[in-house]
Design a protein around this ligand. Structure first.
Ligand code: FES
Ligand code: FES
Length: 210
């Protein structure tokens, strides 16, 4: 994608370019690892329980390669902790019921719906989000392929599609367009960008497996 073309496709979402979206949804998301330890919005939003009934548990895990430890409400989903406590807003909350795939992240290399995963379940595990996929300024082949194939419109589903796409290739389920469609069926796109998504995953698979 040329610089000019990239400027042309700046979405009407506060001036974010598609490159920003592909790297993590928002600049805040990209910068957010530095925000560890800030007051949890989730915790702030659960003040109604009497003190005697409030319990927090300590959870320690690696997020995009960085060790972190948090005191959590044990009912917190991984998605809420990522977005509200760690500021990693790349994983999106679409349905919050495990049905759309917008919240897909990797736990120990396997794709999971973060909205259906309790944060306490990732204790001592490795969590990777869209913010942790690129190597510095070098996009992951899957991110680059989504740009090359223009595989998005609004971009809301895109972080989840990319994380699921990476897992799909690693699982060995990207052998044909039919197989990709089957193993990506848990990731919905309201914009109907499926032809580009399948083509991008096919392309990225060649690079990842090459
Ligand atoms: S938000 Fe998690 S599957 Fe829809
Ligand atoms: S690009 Fe809009 S929901 Fe997929």
């Amino acid at each position: 994608m040329t610089m000019n073309h990239e400027k042309e496709v700046i979405a009407d979402t506060g001036g974010l370019s598609r490159r920003d979206v592909l790297k993590g949804g928002t600049a805040l998301g990209v910068l957010s690892v530095a925000g560890f330890g800030t007051q949890s919005l989730a915790q702030a939003a659960v003040p109604s329980l009497p003190m005697a009934f409030r319990t927090e548990v300590e959870v320690a895990f690696r997020i995009n390669g960085a060790q972190t430890a948090l005191a959590l409400d044990p009912r917190s989903s991984l998605l809420d902790v990522l977005r509200d406590q760690l500021g990693l807003t790349g994983a999106k909350k679409g349905c919050d019921h495990g049905q759309c795939g917008a919240c897909t992240v990797h736990v120990d290399g396997r794709r999971v719906a973060a909205c259906m995963t309790l944060a306490v379940q990732v204790d001592d595990l490795d969590v990777t989000t869209i913010e942790g996929l690129a190597e510095g300024d070098v996009l992951h082949p899957m991110q680059q392929a989504f740009i090359d194939h223009d595989a998005l419109q609004c971009g809301y589903c895109t972080p989840g599609q990319i994380m699921a796409g990476v897992a799909c290739v690693r699982e060995g389920h990207a052998g044909s367009p039919q197989q990709i469609r089957e193993y990506m069926s848990g990731n919905l796109c309201r914009c109907g960008a499926y032809p580009g998504i399948v083509a991008a995953i096919e392309d990225a698979a060649r690079v990842m497996e090459g």
